[in-house]
Design a protein around this ligand. Structure first.
Ligand SMILES: *Cc1c(COP(=O)(O)O)cnc(C)c1O
Length: 497
């Protein structure tokens, strides 16, 4: 049965999967949601026999119903290949009675690779299906991680170009190095003099520039976005929850049908929403534990039913979770409101105007699958140190937030169900914070010395993605003012005035 996608802000706007992937965000600002969540329709004991790629096919074909089998298999083959340094793609590491689902074995050693390695293929396939003759130009502003993962995903994918703007002094030196050494004929990386907001506002202006759109159209290009509200990023994230259940079952760690609690370090609410969809497909997931850092808007929301972004923004050692507006939460709100566009629009308007909204008592009750938790900076460091000292396993600060929240949940609730902790970044990506946590003091060493030390104490080889950076040539040197962004786009695309 075909699954259609409708906008959370306009019930009349219904698209097929490939149309929704091409469009990204709905014109009225809504997010596309599947009209229903398909059942997995597979006995659970079949799961342990499936590879990651086979699991991906079974899950994704349920959602992307207008893709043919051949198209989908081709996308999966192109995405989940030797770019990943583990043949299991998403292996599980057991430590201190918990199961760490490692989503950092892709090209940029963070979990965004799980979706961004397949999105380019889903997009170009969708474009072909829709008879779109224009080349896709991905335009992104990044605070660090997403930009690099998008670059790695789109590099040398035929029919696409990608241009990433980053704040020149607003990303870490490793992050900058990762981006400016990006290979690929179709890639371009430019530093902006300003902060992340400047870069993001600049990109938003480019997207809504009608004159530029017209010029692009004539030159045979169309803009698109790779950000996390695209349904083509959400669906591939459901896969690893299904796969993880199969692996645990196959290893005899759980009995068939028994629930697993899942803890997710959360920022934009994409990853944990995918776990919720996996549960609705029929995977036995107990609690969905939403872990925040000190920017704990979601923790407060789950406790009180009030979403309130009016608060100080805290810079933490888990920067990918430093978010005050979790854009994917809108998809859950819409569902809790009974797929009622009017109610959802009222909440989102309130968020836009007052910076807050409050859901009803009834909606809050329906949130009982979710548990909110948060870890302070101290607790996060303490968890890295504790787990390392007890087991020798080293986790990154984002994963440590989840791990800390999970430990507290298990103690407080006496819930003995197995716990799956989603591990979203390699500790090598945050070697400085990780080494400081383990040694309880800051060291006067450069990034690569710390990376080597981390490798020694953990017994884990330095990932290729990090090792390569030492010698990789800088290929992108351009730094511009915000006012020059439009010109830079035209130059990159070879559009004459
Ligand atoms: C993006 C990111 C997150 C947050 O994921 P969401 O889907 O936005 O909730 C957590 N950890 C890392 C390392 C990330 O890059």
């Amino acid at each position: 049965m075909e699954i259609m996608y409708s906008s959370t802000r306009n019930a009349a706007n219904k698209l097929t999967a490939s149309q929704a992937i091409l469009q990204g965000l709905a014109p009225e600002g809504g997010l596309y949601v599947p009209e229903r969540i398909p059942a997995l329709d597979l006995p659970l004991d079949e799961l342990p026999k499936l590879s990651y790629q086979e699991t991906a096919y079974i899950v994704m074909k349920k959602f992307l119903t207008d893709f043919t089998e051949e198209e989908l298999r081709e996308c999966i083959r192109n995405a989940y290949d030797e770019k990943f340094d583990d043949p299991q793609i998403a292996p599980i590491h057991k430590a201190d009675q918990a199961f760490y689902l490692e989503l950092f074995h892709g090209a940029t050693i963070a979990f965004k690779d799980m979706a961004l390695s397949i999105l380019p293929y889903l997009m170009t396939t969708a474009a072909r299906k829709q008879g779109e003759s224009h080349e896709i130009v991905i335009l992104t502003a990044t605070s660090g991680d997403t930009g690099k993962a998008a670059l790695a995903g789109f590099a040398d994918v035929p029919g696409t170009k990608i241009l990433v703007f980053y704040p020149k002094d607003g990303v870490s030196s490793i992050q900058e190095k990762q981006m400016v050494t990006q290979k690929g004929e179709n890639t371009c990386v430019i530093g902006i003099r300003g902060n992340f907001d400047d870069a993001q506002t600049g990109v938003k202006n480019l997207f809504s520039d009608e004159e530029l759109k017209e010029q692009l159209d004539q030159a045979g290009f169309r803009f698109s976005s790779a950000n996390s509200i695209n349904i083509g990023r959400l669906v591939p994230q459901i896969v690893y929850y299904v796969y993880a259940y199969g692996r645990l079952l196959g290893a005899g760690e759980i009995q068939e049908g028994y629930p697993v609690n899942v803890t997710v370090p959360t920022g934009n609410f994409g990853n944990i929403l995918a776990a919720y969809y996996a549960k609705q497909m029929g995977i036995p997931i107990g609690k969905l534990i939403c872990a925040s850092n000190e920017n704990k808007v979601l923790f407060d929301f789950f406790k009180t039913g009030v979403y309130d972004k009016n608060r100080d923004f805290v810079l933490t050692i888990s920067p990918s979770m430093d978010i005050l507006v979790s854009s994917n939460l809108e998809r859950l709100i819409y569902r809790l409101a009974g797929d009622d566009v009017k109610k959802n629009v009222a909440f989102m308007r309130s968020l836009g105007e007052k910076g807050s909204y409050e859901i009803s008592e009834g909606m809050l009750k329906n949130l009982s699958d979710f548990v909110g938790g948060y870890a302070t900076e101290e607790e996060t460091e303490e968890e890295i140190r504790r787990l390392y000292q007890k087991t020798g396993y080293v986790i990154d600060p984002h994963t440590a937030v989840a791990s800390s929240v999970y430990q507290r949940y298990r103690e407080d609730q006496k819930d003995s169900a197995p716990g799956l902790i989603v591990s979203t970044a390699s500790p090598f990506k945050f070697a400085r914070s990780v080494m400081k946590a383990i040694l309880s003091k800051e060291e006067e060493k450069d990034d690569f010395q710390l990376i080597e030390e981390l490798s020694e104490i953990s017994g884990v080889r330095i990932p290729k993605a990090v090792d390569e950076l030492r010698t990789a040539p800088v290929l992108h040197k351009k730094v511009i003012e915000r006012s020059e962004m439009k010109q830079a786009v035209k130059e990159f695309l070879g559009i004459e005035e």
